[in-house]
Design a protein around this ligand. Sequence first.
Ligand code: SF4
Length: 328
Amino acid sequence: MSNEVLLQAQDVRQYFTVKKERGQKATLYAVDGVTLSIYKGETFGLVGESGCGKSTLGKTFLRLYPLTGGKIVFDGKDISRLRGKELKEFRCKSQMIFQDPSSCLNPRRKIEVILSEPFIIHGLYNTKEERRRRILELCDMVGLSSAYLERYPHEMSGGQKQRVGIARALALNPQLIICDEPVSALDVSIQAQVINLLEDLQKQLNLTYLFISHNLSVVKHCCQRIGVMYLGKIVELASAERLYQNAMHPYTQALISAIPVIDDGSERPIPQQIVLSGDLPSPTSPPVGCAFHTRCPHAMERCGKERPTLQEVEPGHFVSCFLYEQIP
Ligand code: SF4
């Protein structure tokens, strides 16, 4: 990991208008004021419960939606409002690996056709031979036999399909890959293989990853820094090491305390189980004040009225909670 920032998000907001009962409209605050930097060559983990906005934030970074507010700078260039040709060019530099490889591979196309699509869309490798050569190179990189090129997705296992998904993401030589729960749909025995493959590719190609997961024990092993997301906001951000040694936000503490102990137990930093009460509030009507106050075991009167901001409590460790407020 270098000290050079590849992607910088400043107060990024991504809202959607959704229909409620009786045709009424509501605003869904999927991402609500996210500020963070991702360094070149690092794996930045993003964790939180389903529905907290992690995947939407990943797609927002790829500019798959028109940005509601804030700014995204990629490799020194403001990409927040890119359109047309410039947006298409940016999309070569940033790609996504999806959670369920079965749902993102066209079941009616052979693997070779699926892997040639990015070249056709972006007008690369004009002849069939050139495309074939690059496709074989990609298969080799992800450890997929060329025999699979003649198969359809349903003739492959989940792990093989995810390798196709990774090959497709690499096709255009991206700098950033958003890995959206890339192993959660796979058997446990295959998960480690796919994570090892992603790590090897990162070293070979100097890739930068945003690794999205609801599983803190997965990101612990493959990320250098981790951001914890709750209801569209980052509530804690730190190096993986510090987050597990010294989780500060009550939500992070609850997530970590829920990790099952399968080793000797010495790594567990949270002594007692902190159980999350209730469900994640709806992102169409987030609570006033601290978004976590409806479930927080330490909530104070103030927490239901005021919203804490993300503050640096030790070098590189940021927390959004009144318990750690810095008194100026
Ligand atoms: Fe809990 Fe209050 Fe901290 Fe929010 S600000 S996490 S409600 S103590």
